[in-house]
Design a protein around this ligand. Structure first.
Ligand code: PGA
Length: 250
C-alpha cells in the first residue's frame, strides 16, 4: 500500500519569466530529492509546462508533478486562445478547474462541471476549486454549490479529484484577505467528506504562507494546501512543504 502523504500545490498564477520558472523548478527538484514525505504539484503559466516537464524528466521523483491552471470544456474547435484537455494531457498530470480568478472571464459553475467531466473522461487528474464568497460558512450553501460542480460525476470518480476549499475573501490578493479560523476549516472539511466520502482528498487554499502554514498542518483530515504568492519564493515554499512533511506545528 502506498504511504499517505499530504499535498502542497504551488499556484504561480500569471507570474514568472521562463528563467525564474526554471530556477524555481530546479530548486524544488533538489529539495524533493531529499524529502520524500510530501506530494508537490506545481502549476506554472501554461507556456512553462513543457520546459518544466523537460526539466523534471531526468529525475525519478514520483512526488513532483505538474498542473495546468485551466482548460477548455470542448475537446477542440474554434476557440482562439484556449487550451484543450488533449494538449494538457501531453505535458501535465493535473489540471485546475474552477479557480475563483477565472470568474472574471465569465466561467460559470456549469462550465466548471463540463470541464470536470471532460478531464475525468481523459484521465487527467482534476484539482477542483470550491470557491465561496460568503464570509459566513453554511453547510447547505456549500453542498448545494458542490452538487452543481459535481453534477453527473460518478461517485467512483470522487477519489480521483482533489477538492480545494477556497474562500475568495481569504486569497492574499483579495481586498482585506484574511485567514480562515481553524474550527471553521475543520467543519468545512467534515461537511465535504460527509458528502464526498472519507477517501476524497480535501485541500485548502487562501493566503497560506510560511507564517501561518503551521496552523493548517494539524487540521484533522485536511489533505493539504494550495499556495499562491508564497509559492513564488523558493525558500518560503520549501519551508511550507517541510512543515507539511513533518506535520510540524511551528
Ligand atoms: P494566495 O493564492 O495563496 O496568494 O492567497 C491562493 C490561490 O488563489 O490559489
Amino acid at each position: 500500500m502506498a504511504l499517505y502523504h499530504k499535498t502542497v500545490v504551488a499556484n504561480w498564477k500569471m507570474n514568472t519569466g521562463l528563467a525564474d520558472a526554471i530556477i524555481l523548478g530546479e530548486g524544488l527538484k533538489k529539495f524533493l530529492e531529499n524529502l520524500g514525505q510530501i506530494n508537490v504539484i506545481v502549476a506554472p503559466p501554461c507556456l512553462w509546462l513543457y520546459p518544466l516537464r523537460e526539466l523534471f524528466s531526468d529525475c525519478k521523483l514520483s512526488n513532483l508533478s505538474l498542473a495546468a491552471q485551466n482548460m477548455h470544456f470542448e475537446e477542440e474547435g474554434a476557440y482562439t486562445g484556449e487550451i484543450s484537455v488533449a494538449m494538457i494531457k501531453k505535458v501535465a498530470d493535473y489540471v485546475f478547474i474552477g479557480h475563483s480568478e477565472r470568474r472574471q472571464f465569465g466561467e460559470t459553475p456549469q462550465d466548471i462541471n463540463r470541464k470536470l467531466r471532460l478531464a475525468l473522461e481523459w484521465k487527467l487528474n482534476p484539482i477542483l476549486f470550491i470557491s465561496q464568497e460568503d464570509v459566513k460558512i453554511s453547510a447547505g450553501v456549500l453542498t448545494d454549490y458542490l452538487d452543481v460542480l459535481i453534477n453527473r460525476v460518478n461517485k467512483e470518480d470522487f477519489g480521483k479529484i482533489a477538492f480545494v476549499y477556497e474562500p475568495t475573501w481569504a486569497i492574499s490578493t483579495a481586498q482585506g484577505g484574511h485567514m480562515i479560523a481553524g474550527h471553521e476549516l475543520e467543519s468545512v472539511v467534515a461537511v465535504l467528506k460527509k458528502r464526498l466520502g472519507e477517501e476524497a482528498k480535501v485541500l485548502y487554499g487562501g493566503s497560506v504562507n510560511t507564517k501561518n502554514a503551521a496552523h493548517f498542518t494539524h487540521i484533522p483530515k485536511l489533505d493539504g494546501v494550495v499556495v499562491g504568492s508564497d509559492s513564488l519564493k523558493l525558500k518560503n515554499f520549501i519551508d511550507i512543504c517541510q512543515m507539511f512533511a513533518e506535520g510540524r506545528e511551528s
